[in-house]
Design a protein around this ligand. Structure first.
Ligand SMILES: *Cc1c(COP(=O)(O)O)cnc(C)c1O
Length: 389
């Protein structure tokens, strides 16, 4: 049987040739391919600065450090995300909390955010940083979150791991109009891939410098940043802070630059598939993600929420029946605070009721560039069989 995954990369012959060229070049890392990739993404998004990393997770960590997140600080994110959106705060010794989702868009609810901020202002426990996550490729209500940031004094990191190529109010996600930093992931299931890889974008030159410094051990070779020394030194660099090796290789960056040329085509195809599903699934007892007219989703995922009572099957039964049909649906995501590691920190059921309801129903059906019309029809037929009336 033909197994259809929920997502996968698409590599063209040109993408492969771009990597082969680097393998034959002088530099396979720390050469010109990384800055070229950084420029291509920043240029596309309309951000002033971009810092490529070896994953979105390291870009999130660097972003928290650049915003001076440390022990005693509080960071808030959405419970419906990959664990990395929360772990980045913990790496810095800060504490993490979660703002419940909006049941329609499935993104962080700005109503819940505002209520939680009002309460936190009374107890003196306001967050230093809020990390909205653009679930499935749809931007959060960034104008509102930005306005709340000004009122309550928090900084904003957009976790746009799903959302490169998406738009908010007719502008590309990643331009940082409403945030301090935006991060992207280039993992193979995401829209554009470099194998492993990530990027942080910002319009603030000081943040860009802080991101770059800690991406590479806290080492600088900029004379202005170095301490003066008593005699002439042979060493042309100094470590001036504690950093990491979070660099992207030129091999990965060459693939990224080549993939960026196909971004619009990737997102157009994903939207085409989404329109097909919208039409074909219209009469099934499911709820799909509501898309705000301010947003153009890049459709990293296509989320469905089967109406379990009406169907008379459990979430697990539907998941297993679809797998038996060769449709490898997935679940994005379990509320992060229900992970055992977070439960040990004191989180428990009931913390974000909408997120928990969502988790009890949601499935991601296959959505990727190379998904053929035949396969899309196979997905629809399986859904009709498993949850149709
Ligand atoms: C994939 C993902 C990440 C982590 O990306 P990596 O590049 O694998 O580190 C972070 N946040 C979200 C929302 C993601 O989907």
């Amino acid at each position: 049987m033909d197994m259809i995954p929920y997502g996968r990369q698409d590599l063209s012959e040109e993408d492969i040739q771009a990597v082969v060229e680097i393998l034959r070049a002088d530099y396979i890392t720390q050469g010109p391919a990384v800055p070229a990739f950084e420029e291509s993404v920043a240029g596309y998004c309309g951000a002033r600065h971009s810092v490529a990393t070896n994953s979105a997770t390291s870009a999130l960590h660097l972003s928290c450090l650049a915003l001076d997140v440390g022990p005693g600080d509080i960071v808030w994110t959405s419970p419906i995300t990959f664990v990395a959106s929360a772990n980045c705060a913990l790496y810095c010794g800060a504490s993490i909390d979660f703002v419940d989702i909006d049941p329609l868009s499935c993104n962080m609810s700005t109503t819940r955010l505002e209520e939680k901020l009002e309460a936190a202002a009374r107890t003196g426990k306001l967050p230093k940083v809020v990390i909205p996550v653009h679930l499935a490729g749809q931007s959060c209500d960034m104008a509102k979150i930005h306005e709340l940031g000004r009122i309550y004094g928090f900084r904003i990191i957009e976790d746009a791991s799903h959302a490169i190529g998406g738009k908010y109010r007719n502008e590309p996600v990643g331009n940082c109009r409403y945030s301090d930093i935006t991060i992207f992931s280039f993992h193979p299931v995401k829209i554009v891939t470099t194998g492993e890889g990530g990027m942080a974008l910002t319009n603030d030159p000081d943040l860009a410098r802080a991101l770059r410094l800690r991406r590479s051990h806290g080492i600088t070779s900029d004379r202005e940043e170095m301490s003066p020394r008593p005699c002439d030194e042979i060493w042309n660099y100094q470590q001036i802070d504690l950093g990491f090796n979070y660099r992207m290789t030129d091999i990965a960056a060459a693939l990224g630059t080549s993939q960026m040329k196909r971004l619009e085509e990737f997102v157009a195809r994903r939207n085409e598939i989404a329109r097909f599903y919208d039409g074909a699934l219209r009469n099934l007892p499911i709820v799909t993600q509501w898309l705000h007219p301010d947003c153009h989703s890049s459709h990293h995922l296509y989320l469905i929420r089967p109406k379990l009572q009406e169907i008379g099957k459990t979430h697990r039964e539907i998941y297993q029946a679809l797998h038996a049909e060769g449709i490898l649906v997935n679940l994005h995501y379990i509320p992060v605070y229900l992970q055992p590691y977070f439960e040990k920190m004191g989180f428990s059921r009931g913390h974000c009721p909408e997120a928990e309801r969502y988790y009890g129903e949601v499935l991601s059906i296959p959505m990727y560039y190379g998904l053929t019309r035949d396969q899309q029809e196979q997905v629809v037929a399986a859904l009709q069989k498993v949850i149709g009336r």
